[in-house]
Design a protein around this ligand. Structure first.
Ligand code: FES
Length: 187
């Protein structure tokens, strides 16, 4: 009996995987309308690519090949134009990230003012490697190039928000607040 139950569960799992593989990605109807409006604004449909990628990231979280191909199809542009934009800009994710995604600048001004230490401190504190998601799904860290805020280095961007003039105690406070479900305006 136990053997029969295991076989049954296995077949359920296999069919779920098979079904999942063939579920086609699709934007919400209201997002499709926004994309259509955006396309109408420009003589070249390619101009609607960046806003579409933002909306896509909000819906699909990250860009796998299937998602990028779908976006090309929706916009009526070649797949390579989608691939090159997604892989050029670090603001677009190629794999899942944490609910709070830290992009730490490691360019010249930030490096001179301690970016490497900030990155290592974050990794140690969150117990994760770069480009890895913490077990609770809350955090991920990645390195990025200049965030355009060199005057307040070292800097990180957490989701859409900048935190500047970083040091260990500011990082401690930020993480405590995020774990408590609060997003500080500033540090
Ligand atoms: S070098 Fe870090 S923000 Fe410019």
């Amino acid at each position: 009996m136990q053997w029969l139950v295991s076989v049954h569960l296995m077949s359920l799992q296999v069919s779920w995987i098979v079904e999942d593989k063939f579920v086609k990605k699709s934007f919400q109807p209201e997002t499709l309308q926004k994309i259509e409006r955006e396309k109408q604004k420009y003589p070249d449909k390619l101009s609607a690519l960046l806003p579409t990628l933002w909306w896509a990231q909000a819906e699909f979280e990250y860009f796998d090949t299937e998602t990028m191909d779908y976006i090309a199809e929706v916009l009526g542009i070649s797949k390579i134009r989608v691939y090159e934009a997604v892989t050029f800009y670090t603001m677009f994710h190629r794999k899942p990230v944490g609910k709070y995604h830290f992009q730490v600048c490691h360019n010249i001004a930030c490096s001179l003012l301690g970016a490497e230490h900030i990155i290592q401190y974050l990794q140690k504190k969150l117990k994760i490697e770069l480009d890895e998601v913490s077990k609770d799904g809350l955090f991920s860290i990645t390195r990025v190039e200049c965030l355009g805020s060199c005057g307040t280095a070292p800097v990180l961007q957490m989701n859409d928000r900048y935190y500047e003039n970083l040091n260990e105690s500011k990082i401690d406070f930020l993480i405590e607040e995020l774990i408590a479900g609060r997003i500080p305006e500033t540090l």
